[in-house]
Design a protein around this ligand. Structure first.
Ligand SMILES: Cc1cc2nc3c(=O)[nH]c(=O)nc-3n(C[C@H](O)[C@H](O)[C@H](O)COP(=O)(O)OP(=O)(O)OC[C@H]3O[C@@H](n4cnc5c(N)ncnc54)[C@H](O)[C@@H]3O)c2cc1C
Length: 374
């Protein structure tokens, strides 16, 4: 089969790009290795940066009953220092299970073609055409390809991207829980070399998600033992792990999370979302960046299909726009993650920020974008 655009990976970046491109009249296929709905390791707090844009795409998120999050709380690794600050833009809480499935279903209605349970195995570009082969034996062709396959995939090895070969120490774990905690606040509880977020999602549930160093898991041998011996040193986390009702038998987990720089265009593929670059999760901004990046890439691809710019111009423009919008946010995310990496430094940083609200708000602003213009 031949398409105008093939989108490799149906997370938020791929799903939003598919919708916009299809709505502009192009033939679009999304290849996704899983089948909706499915859970993903993610804190599930989405900045309001993208709210109007999602509605503009015809996605009425309000009907999913998301939570409305307006405040941030950060605690030190012992739980003794607590910083509270308003989130100027704020965000909403909704599970990826519900959100990704909702956009998928809405995309089916506008005629996006989906290949589910299908893994892209190889992509190559020849004579102005992309050839995409899947592990299931299909061969598809397209004029343009969007790479929206997330943080790390077999495709990064195929494309020989340098970050793929660097080992990283991070692992992440996620649960859905029922817990008595303010629905309008997102809390970030620090612990030794890690942080754990909790915030409300739909159906009176909370998402509990943490990032940490894999040495803790190695030392304590299992996730429950690591949680008991490392996370629960923070009194707030101890309360959550003691009193919350955990809704799954086992958590969702991922490893090899890399914050290394990546190229927004790789071998003519427009990389969008985490495939283009990953912001540290403590910023709670990866999803809005994925959706925003999808908009930028789609608008440029539409111009290319209308013959207003060449492939080369489209690639240069996208790389430039991507860096303009996201480079500084990613850099600030990394700096903040260093600030919260170590027990003493975290306590010191929080104590300082607690007494300087303008600096706290300024720091939050550095990692957040403003509302996407329609
Ligand atoms: C611990 C943690 C907490 C986070 N918390 C937040 C938060 O609270 N708020 C926030 O905004 N962001 C958060 N993020 C970041 C956010 O999850 C990502 O930025 C976002 O999911 C990026 O979306 P995406 O579409 O680029 O990738 P994804 O959502 O990862 O989608 C990629 C898709 O590609 C598919 N795929 C991969 N390889 C192939 C292949 N070869 N063939 C076919 N399909 C393939 C995958 O199955 C997947 O569905 C967090 C990240 C982590 C690690």
């Amino acid at each position: 089969m031949n398409y105008d655009i093939i989108i490799t990976g149906g997370g938020l970046a791929g799903l939003c790009a598919a919708r916009q491109l299809k709505q502009s009249g192009l033939s679009v296929a999304v290849i996704e290795k899983k089948e909706y709905p499915f859970h993903k390791v993610c804190g599930e707090y989405i900045s309001y940066e993208v709210w109007d844009w999602l509605h503009h795409l015809g996605l009425n998120i309000q009907e999913l009953n998301p939570s409305n999050i307006q405040n941030l709380q950060i605690t030190s690794p012992s739980g003794k220092i607590k910083l509270s600050a308003p989130l100027d833009l704020g965000g909403f809480g909704i599970s990826r299970y519900t959100l990704d499935n909702f956009i998928y279903e809405q995309n089916l209605k506008v005629g996006v073609q989906f290949y589910l349970n299908t893994t892209v195995e190889n992509i190559y570009f020849e004579n102005n055409t992309f050839y995409i082969s899947t592990q299931q034996g299909q061969m598809l062709t397209a004029k343009y390809v969007i790479g929206s396959y997330g943080k790390r995939s077999n495709l990064d090895r195929i494309l020989n991207r340098p970050f793929f070969y660097k080992k990283t120490p991070y692992i992440a774990v996620k649960y859905h829980v029922k817990y008595d905690f303010d629905k309008n606040t997102i809390a970030l509880h620090n612990f030794d070399e890690g942080y754990c977020g909790i915030s409300a999602i739909e159906n009176n549930q909370h998402c509990l998600c943490y990032l940490t160093h894999k040495k803790h898991l190695k030392k304590h041998k299992s996730i429950p033992e690591m949680e008991k011996n490392v996370l629960c040193k923070n009194s707030f986390l101890k309360d959550i792990f003691t009193n919350a009702e955990f809704l799954w038998d086992t958590p969702e987990t991922i490893n090899e999370i890399s914050f290394s720089p990546k190229n927004p265009v790789e071998q003519h593929i427009f990389m969008v979302g985490d495939s283009a670059g990953l912001i540290t999760p403590l910023c709670g901004n990866g999803m809005s960046m994925a959706i925003h990046g999808a908009k930028i890439a789609s608008e440029i691809l539409i111009q290319a299909f209308e013959g207003r710019i060449s492939r080369k111009q489209a690639e240069l423009l996208y790389a430039k726009q991507w860096r303009k919008h996201f480079y500084s946010r990613i850099a600030w995310g990394k700096r903040l993650q260093h600030l919260f990496g170590n027990t003493t430094l975290t306590a010191f940083s929080l104590m300082t920020l607690k007494h300087s609200m303008p600096i706290t708000r300024w720091l939050i602003k550095q990692t957040h974008g403003s509302k996407i213009s329609l």
